[in-house]
Ligand binder design. Structure first.
Ligand code: FE
Length: 334
């Protein structure tokens, strides 16, 4: 084999591979967020860059099982899901690549992303207090901790502890106040429940509106959705812990798949997701807050008022998830 021929062979072999690793005209996203929300973003990205996005939607758990099973053969480049607890699990299972990006580090506040760069929050949801504004005054409320006070006996409604949102809430509570104090608080919540736990946040709010209880803990976008349909419900949001730790927030977010064949293109897509166009589409599409603080929330969301958010790094929601589940179990929180 002469040298020229060998060079041609090597060029033929090496170049397509090198190119495949950097440039591509399409990306594959596995998304636990629904099509209605993500498709407008993907369409905008294709219009702007020419890169088309193919996607598979499912719940977070089956998508992670699928990524694991497909291993290096996966066609996926990006994973999108809700809750830092889920993103942390994906990272822990080795499903996400480390990304070092000046753009993402500038656009996404440090507490909303993995310190190791494996996932980035892209939209923010506050898990805050909601109360019946005909039955109680906001001055009666103050913090998540205070909902454990006996004065709320028979007046609190909560969603099930099986939901990752509550696991993340309790995990960050453990990170903040320690396990013993957190358990005391959760026991207090359980003692104050007006009725059995609910399967979703909307049912919690409906019970509060109906007077079955006075106060509960929900994600802001569910409040937005319910009030859009039923604007006359006697429900208001309350921002707790404003003189202490701030409101518990969580994210929907994304990471580059560890086995992606187009990591650079996937990173470029994530960077775009942290910019104005995508931030607005993603946040406004579900009445959430943009993760990028330079982008203003939708007018409906802004009208709920400004608040101080808890800036504890959300990786603690994952790191302490098992502890939180066990603690809630011990405390009798179903
Ligand atoms: Fe949700």
């Amino acid at each position: 084999m002469n040298l020229k021929f060998l060079t041609l062979v090597l060029l033929g072999l090496v170049f397509p591979m090198a190119q495949a690793a950097t440039a591509t005209d399409s990306l594959v996203v596995y998304s636990a967020r629904n099509e209605q929300l993500i498709k407008p973003m993907f369409d905008a990205y294709q219009k702007e860059t020419g890169v088309s996005i193919k996607y598979v939607t499912d719940k977070a758990a089956p998508l992670m099982v699928r990524l694991k099973a497909e291993a290096s053969a996966t066609p996926a480049d990006v994973l999108i899901t809700v809750d830092a607890g889920n993103l942390w699990q994906a990272a822990k299972q080795g499903l996400l690549a480390r990304v070092h990006s000046k753009v993402l580090e500038k656009n996404i506040p440090a507490h909303l992303r993995d310190p190791q760069g494996r996932w980035f929050g892209l939209s923010v949801r506050a898990r805050t207090l909601v109360y019946n504004n005909k039955r109680i005054k906001p001055a009666q409320l103050s913090s998540y901790e205070q909902l454990a006070d006996p004065k709320w006996k028979g007046r609190l409604c909560l969603r099930t502890s099986k939901k990752v949102y509550n696991q993340s809430l309790v995990a960050t509570l453990i990170a903040r106040v320690g396990e013993a104090k957190a358990e005391k608080i959760v026991r207090g919540w359980v003692a104050n429940l007006a009725t059995s736990v609910f399967s979703n946040d909307t049912k919690v709010m409906q019970a509060i509106a109906a007077g079955q209880c006075d106060v509960g803990i929900v994600n802001t976008y569910y409040y937005g959705r319910l009030l859009k349909k039923s604007p006359d419900l006697p429900l208001s949001l309350y921002w707790p812990n404003q003189t202490t730790s701030g409101v518990h927030v969580n994210v929907s977010g994304a990471g580059v798949v560890a086995a992606s064949k187009h990591k650079k293109a996937a990173q470029a897509f994530l960077e775009w997701m942290s910019g104005a166009t995508a931030q607005r589409l993603l946040a406004d599409g579900n009445m959430e807050y943009p993760a990028n603080p330079a982008i203003k929330p939708h007018a409906i969301v802004s009208a709920w008022g400004e608040f101080k958010q808890d800036t504890i790094n959300l990786s603690s929601a994952g790191r302490l998830q098992v502890k939180a589940i066990k603690l809630m179990d011990r405390a009798g929180y179903k």
